[in-house]
Design a protein around this ligand. Sequence first.
Ligand SMILES: [Zn+2]
Ligand SMILES: [Zn+2]
Ligand SMILES: [Zn+2]
Ligand SMILES: [Zn+2]
Length: 795
Amino acid sequence: MALPVEEWRLYAARRWAALEPELRERLAAASLHDTLRLGCGLLRPEAEAAVLQRLCRRARTDKEPAAARCYREEGNRLFGRRRYGAAVKLYSQAAAHELHGSPEVSVCFANRSAALFHLGYFEVCLEDIARAESHGYPDRLLPKVLLRKAECLLCLGRLQDAADALSVVENKIAMDGIMTSPMHQTLLKKLSQLKIKIREKESCPEPAQESGSNIQRKMEIWEENDSIAGASSSLSLKFDIERGRHLVASQNILPGQSLLKEEAFVSVLCPRESFLQQDSSEAAWDSRLTNADLYCHHCLRQLLASVPCRGCSYTKYCSQNCADVAWEQYHRTECSLGALLLTLGVFCHVALRTVLLAGFAEVSRLVEWSHDGDKEPHNPEARCKHLNEAPAGIRGIPGCNENGQYQSSYRAVFNLLPHTEKHSPEHKFMCMLSVVAICKQLQEAGLEAAVLNQESSEDWSKPKTCEKSSGELSPELKTMAEAMLRHVLQLQCNAQAITVMQESGSRDGAVVNNEPVRLATAFFPVLSLLNHSCCPNTSVSFSGTAATVRASQPIPRGQEIFHCYGPHQCRMRVAERQQLLGQYFFECHCQACLDELESGVKSVVTLRNSFCCPSCQAPVQGEDMLCCSNEACAISVSRESLSRRLRDLQQQMKKALGVLRDGKADQAIKMLLKCQMDAGNFLSPEHLLMGEMEDHLAQVYATLGKWQEAARHLERSIEIVEMHHGPSSIEIGQELFKLAQILFNGFAVSEALSTIERAEEILSVHCGPQSTQIQELQEMKTCLSELPKSILQRT
Ligand SMILES: [Zn+2]
Ligand SMILES: [Zn+2]
Ligand SMILES: [Zn+2]
Ligand SMILES: [Zn+2]
């Protein structure tokens, strides 16, 4: 997903293998500038274009009115069955596929407004009605929609507006002449009913709602750093050869304290993994929803009624404002390249958007500047010496401006390490081919002037086709390509995933299961200053495109601030972690790694995710052959056979969850209990899977409303999670959040209150006091405290 699709990678590998050895050597040692200059000469534009054209056919990003009709009909069917939520989604899909400005789009919006009305989203419904009107909704159908508008306004308590809207409908009906059709009869009936409703409401106004919620929120203490944008004043920026740039606590820091608050410099929504895997030509229109349908492509907010891009069917926004801003800043250039960007992967897409946001002037200034440094590319000491000569403070640390300030700017992004000499030459070659392919297409689509900011935005609607289509890239586009190549290489170490907690599992349960899902890939130049540790002292959370880093434990003055790039000591053994970290070109020397590697401390993962003797359940020892530690038993069994048994067990669990999704809870319980019995025979009681099974059982009992059983199972799951991740980990916070919901639903008031308190304490450290989960916990607390005494005494 981050990299181009497999076929393109294989094509690049074949091209690389076919190069003269001497040329390969030159490319291997070349700077970015030379890689690009050499590479452009090697291209076979027709060959590459043919391969890409074939691959791009799989990623459908064009508008297809035939698909729109399918989606709309399916939407109507679901609407008829009162499945309004699903209907909204299908009408959105339909709107995305209708041609911009066609009357059909307005029908999609009007239909969607009806579904939104039934769901009670009156404000959004009004927006859709306005959209339908402005997109040329057929005149003869207008009265029905205008009546809905009046009804919405009535529901929102805007009586005068509702009355005004009604008189518009009346005039319209009067002007259209006498009507006798049944539809008009119903309209007239509805009209008179609404009039009565308005009069009733006017005569007895509802008591005004108390303003402001009574939920008290803790205010965070936040003082911004003078020299690092978005960082807390309790941090300072340091530099040394071994650790590079890094952040250190300049005073004692408390758990939960915010350390960084940064808006992404650039972010690109990730499509789902399988987006390109389906073979498209005959496949039925896919109505499965992906991240690309669920989140705004500009601000990453969750979508309810999306605004489609005017040019493509792929890109959707939360509002016209996001659509306009995105168009102005980058999408007018990206829109027609949709399929190519999906084919070449998110890193290439982020690289392109980065240079578009930075603008040609800034890009070319920094590219020029970097050529001065290329003269001694293999001599980091020379650069450091230069740094040491710099005036005191952080002035001179790469990425800082003339005033010694580090900002979330293009300069800071540009200065993230590309590790040019550490990537394999073959990989660099593939990245080079990819960015050049993008620049070629920009040139052929007549978008070059747009990329170079040489035209005003009005000229953008119809891109001119370029005459010299087979021509070489212009020097300006080569500069852009060089910067893009740099960004693609940087992303390997510096890409930050934006994750959100997404509800998973069956929706009907009263207990929400939250799972982190990767939503977008982004550059956060300030966040990138943090080094990795497998036992980090911070937690990162996201809201839209903004990241917040909080201390997850007390950090004494002078200690370095760490963040975990992925491999955490609780999830992987040291060998696996080191392998994964290899992609960032470094060997981890964090405390957890040192302990495991040098002091021979066994990994928490090994200790807890271990097997037991299948005969007597005593602990087993050994590597490939496992021997029972109980002398009386003395059974030995191969690790391979137990691993196979474990895989079978996981398959069985998957089946049980499938059965649960089909609504057969009783059967699912039976299957899970059987899995549990089986697991107890060969897994150690602390095995993470034992906890997972308890968690699933809790979930099933919750769907049946058996709250006590659910709580009992979840408490056991919590014990195991705590052993693996520690008592104040985010994982424990999530489990306690679930337990709180179960106890709340079961009216176990005092237990619920104490669980809410624990969950609140842990989650506010990791996600901050403003997170939605904390708000939900506080609402539960308010609700419990308002329960009548009679219920409280019963429990
Ligand atoms: Zn948005
Ligand atoms: Zn578009
Ligand atoms: Zn480590
Ligand atoms: Zn035994």
